[in-house]
Ligand binder design. Structure first.
Ligand code: FE2
Length: 431
């Protein structure tokens, strides 16, 4: 007997489906009207009533050690990446384990309520006590009932900018960090940046871990480390476990050079993660008018066959003060800043939110398919377009057959005047 029977749900491509979940997996998936819930009286029946259903969402890039610290000790008034790093440098001196865990756990719960079951968080390893990293490693186990949490050993201030940073990075990996991080454009010189990419790849091979670098997160067209990362991935044949995060400098590269890097990325199998909320406010800060948008070349990368996912990056921290840990908010920002407002872009954005983001993780049984993991999200919206337009509430979130979150949509009404009488009229924002 299945655990769950979901009927009359609408998929991203507009199909109407029924499905059963048994023992944590999708055990049956049929056109709507095929499954009789009355025949499964011991199961929990959820009538989606035509609402959108998708596989679970993933967060491929966030900084949970810094989350919910916006304004501490000061707000980032210039809006630059550099001031964000400076504010964080002050705040991280007072990190304590409970402080990090309390804030990060709250953000994880926000993510789960928004339909996220996988999160990759970076943890700053240039904080000399590794308090934040160790707190997030502990939290990884404590939130295992909600999400798969991956922790990236991330040398925020650079690996070669201080003689202690390489040892701290290695210690973080020894302590159990899941992924090797780096930030070559924040090293002092081009040569140190290249060396930092090579070291990250050496460590990834030595420890058998994936690599996820903040890379070329600048408007400087002279910042050219993505070519090094892709080249190293090709030489070492490990592109399937390498992620290039941000690559915003590609926005400003000459077209001929951008085409070369795009081709290298496609050949390497390296995934790219763009981070719309942060890069919408961090990029172009040194420009006079016109100001560059600064997102990576999403359309060109996708046309070349590169998998491009999208992350939130920050939830209320010194780099981005806003956010509710909702990937749909990130997609909503991206569709404006990347000119992805066409009708055909709706499916592209959902592909990024679902399959592309999940590809960063070990998610081989991902997707609404017979035999796939019994994880899904139901939205209070009739289709993929309206769910994105309204960032619709997630009415049901299942993870491997277990309900991990639900939301009761708010009811809104306007008060109309009718023959001198006030009359409440319910409002439905869906179309
Ligand atoms: Fe980041």
């Amino acid at each position: 007997m299945p655990t769950w029977v979901i009927t009359d749900a609408t998929t991203i491509d507009g199909s109407s489906i029924d499905l059963e979940i048994d023992d944590g997996r999708i055990s049956r998936l049929e056109p709507a009207g095929s499954i009789d819930p009355a025949a499964n009286s011991d199961s929990t029946h959820y009538d989606a009533d035509g609402r959108l259903v998708t596989p679970p969402l993933s967060e491929p890039h966030v900084h949970l050690d810094a989350t919910l610290t916006a304004g501490e000790p000061t707000w980032n008034e210039s809006g630059t990446l550099a001031e964000g790093i400076s504010v964080w440098a002050d705040r991280k001196r007072s990190l304590e384990a409970d402080d990090v865990k309390d804030r990060a756990e709250r953000a994880v719960e926000w993510y789960a309520a928004n339909g996220v079951t996988r999160i990759r968080t970076h943890a700053d390893t240039t904080e000399e006590t590794l308090t934040g990293l160790q707190a997030l490693l502990e939290l990884r186990e404590e939130v295992a009932d909600l999400v798969d949490l991956e922790v990236v050993a991330f040398p925020q201030d650079g690996i070669f900018t201080d003689e202690s940073h390489e040892d701290l990075l290695r210690e973080a990996l020894e302590l159990g960090a899941d992924v090797v991080g780096g930030i070559p454009h924040n090293e002092h010189t081009r040569e140190d940046g290249v060396a930092s990419v090579e070291l990250a790849m050496d460590l990834a091979e030595h420890y058998g871990r994936p690599v996820d670098l903040h890379i070329d997160e600048t408007d400087d067209p002279g910042s050219r480390f993505t070519e090094v990362l892709a080249s190293e991935a090709i030489k070492r044949a490990i592109g399937d476990r390498v992620t290039a995060s941000h690559t915003t400098a590609m926005h400003s590269y000459p077209n001929s050079y951008a085409a070369k890097v795009t081709s290298l990325l496609a050949d390497s199998g390296v995934d790219v993660i763009t981070n719309p909320p942060d890069n919408a406010v961090l990029q172009g800060r040194y420009d006079d008018y016109p100001r560059r948008r600064g997102h990576t070349r999403i359309d060109e990368l996708q046309a070349a066959g590169v998998t491009v996912g999208l992350g939130h990056d920050s939830v209320m921290d010194p780099w981005y003060h806003y956010g509710c840990a909702d990937p749909l908010d990130a997609a909503f920002v991206l569709l404006h800043y990347a000119h992805m407002s066409g009708r055909g872009d709706v499916e592209v954005l959902w592909e990024m939110l679902t399959t592309a983001n999940a590809s960063v993780f070990d998610a081989s049984e991902y997707g609404l398919v017979d035999g796939g993991e019994g994880s899904l999200v139901v939205y209070d919206a009739p289709d993929a377009f309206n769910a994105l337009r309204t960032r619709a509430p997630r009415t049901l979130v299942l993870r491997e057959g277990r309900e991990i979150a639900r939301t009761e949509p708010a009811s809104a009404q306007v008060v109309r005047e009718d023959d001198g009488e006030s009359v409440d009229k319910p409002i439905d924002f869906q179309r």
